[in-house]
Write a protein that binds this ligand. Structure first.
Ligand code: C5P
Length: 221
């Protein structure tokens, strides 16, 4: 087929989801936000009172969950056992626990399996941490999107709703901590794939990043 898969990885707040959504739209591809899937499992764990370090309980929990991504009027809708949790997975509670839940082997095995199925017919733009290295190692185009911690914290700060506002310094610390734990976990840590193109978006607009990726995609078609 003439369709390809695009893997977009990088640390928290680099602009991956905004960029991936726009690239997918321009290519007529389907966007898959894998972070949203880890967030949905984390929400389920919080609701069940399971701590991220309770590996056996997490294993049991994840086996009982049905997680699905659906196109909605305002973008992607995340379903947890049929319930729309699109908004609830973006709360601070979830953000603070997701990295620890995502380190669980059973959680990763289940979600990676689902992600590979979603991409099997190509025409997917998938964003995450381990897409180019582990989930879709044969993706035709791999991009590793970064930006300085300060800029990422500032972007996150601007995205937060009024009631969720916290000092930007605190966001910076939390983002650095999430990077550290994503980079140092044993299974599929956040690292740049050898064949990925590194894009530092610190001094680029979203439009510039999108255009750069579309340019790269044209050379692959
Ligand atoms: O992309 P987002 O910031 O929503 O991802 C939330 C968390 O989910 C990440 O910090 C990471 O711990 C986990 N994640 C992952 N592998 C992916 C995508 C996300 O471990 N492919």
């Amino acid at each position: 087929s003439d369709r390809m898969n695009v893997a977009l990885d990088g640390p928290a707040g680099a602009g991956k989801s905004t960029v991936a959504r726009q690239v997918a739209k321009r290519l007529g591809y389907v966007y898959v936000d894998t972070g949203a899937m880890y967030r949905a499992v984390t929400l389920a764990a919080i609701r069940s009172g399971i701590r991220p370090d309770e590996a056996d309980k997490l294993r049991e929990l994840v086996a009982s969950l049905e997680i699905a991504l659906m196109p909605g009027p305002e973008g992607q809708v995340v379903l947890l056992n049929g319930e729309d949790v699109t908004e609830q997975i973006r709360t601070r509670d979830v953000t603070l626990s997701v990295s620890a839940v995502a380190a669980n082997e059973a959680v990763r095995a289940k979600l990676v399996d689902l992600q590979r199925k979603m991409a099997s017919e190509r025409g997917i733009v998938m964003d995450g941490r381990d897409i180019g290295t582990h989930v879709l190692p044969d993706a035709e185009l791999k991009v590793f999107l970064t930006a300085s911690v300060q800029i990422r914290a500032f972007r996150r700060f601007q995205e937060l709703k009024e009631e969720d506002r916290v000092p930007i310094e605190q966001l910076e610390r939390e983002i650095a901590e999430r990077d550290r734990s994503d980079e140092q976990r044993e299974i599929s840590p956040l690292i740049c794939a050898k064949d990925a193109v590194v894009l530092d978006s610190s001094d680029m607009t979203i439009e510039q990043v999108v255009e750069a990726i579309l340019d790269m995609s044209r050379t692959k078609m």
